[in-house]
Design a binder for this molecule. Sequence first.
Ligand SMILES: [Fe+2]
Ligand SMILES: [Fe+2]
Length: 170
Amino acid sequence: MSKNRIHEIIRVNQAGELGAIQIYKGQLAVLKRKEIAKELVEMLEKEKKHYEKFNNLIREYKVRPTALSPLWKRGAFLLGVVTAVLGKKSTMACTEAVEEVIIDHYENQSKYLKDKDKRLSKITKKFCKEEKEHLEIANTYDTGSDPIHNALKRGIKLISKLAIKASEKI
Ligand SMILES: [Fe+2]
Ligand SMILES: [Fe+2]
């Protein structure tokens, strides 16, 4: 049923944007005095706007938020801290991996919503575009193509996909 699917979409997106905020907060906790902090703050501010939007939508559509929020909150912050401690490559490798998953995710949602909820379709399309800008920022850096950084990116993508699946339902 499309109403259920729309609720899942709003639920997972609110959780995902919270996760994004927490990753950047975790990274900034480590890197706030570094040059790279400028980019992280810029992306963090965008994620806060995305989160705010889904907070409003969750109220408007009367969607139950995911019960997993406390887990994503801590887990994403930790991911931010760990990737920041590993260095600049890993910091931006994290953004690259997460955004590649999220861009696909928003693109699919926007397509699905097109003839079901025009407004939500537009919102997800706009956010998709803004996540692409974050991916572009990450790609101005060297995110590493050695086995360790590749494994890190694969791992983060897998975690992101699992987190998406879980947050839609739970
Ligand atoms: Fe976002
Ligand atoms: Fe983003």
